[in-house]
Write a protein that binds this ligand. Structure first.
Ligand code: SF4
Length: 97
């Protein structure tokens, strides 16, 4: 299995990716909720989310686009912040030991 094989199981391919990547300004909470609902039923969800976390630039305001792995750009910003916080905490703990 290669790093992108999960895409063959992507449920969004069956419903149309426009729902997941609306035109600029077309994104809405309602569309995101529908897209997230599709992601909930997708077997590729975990791999999809990790792919987005690895490949997006990660900068707020423009670095993240669309729904990936059941998350919006704002959700992924929060995940990235939490992971960074955890890494800092682990580094601090390692320096103490
Ligand atoms: S988790 Fe959502 S965005 Fe990711 S492949 Fe599945 S349906 Fe598509």
């Amino acid at each position: 299995m290669t790093g992108l094989d999960w895409m063959t199981n992507a449920l969004c391919r069956e419903v149309g990716v426009e729902l997941f990547f609306p035109n600029q300004g077309g994104e809405s909470a309602a569309m995101n909720a529908v897209a997230k609902g599709v992601c909930d039923a997708c077997s590729a969800r975990v791999d999809c989310l990790e792919y987005a976390m690895r490949t997006e630039t990660g900068s707020r305001r423009g670095g993240r686009h669309g729904v990936w792995g059941g998350t919006t750009p704002e959700d992924r910003d929060k995940i990235a912040s939490e992971r960074a916080r955890q890494r800092r905490k682990e580094r601090k703990r390692e320096r103490v030991v």
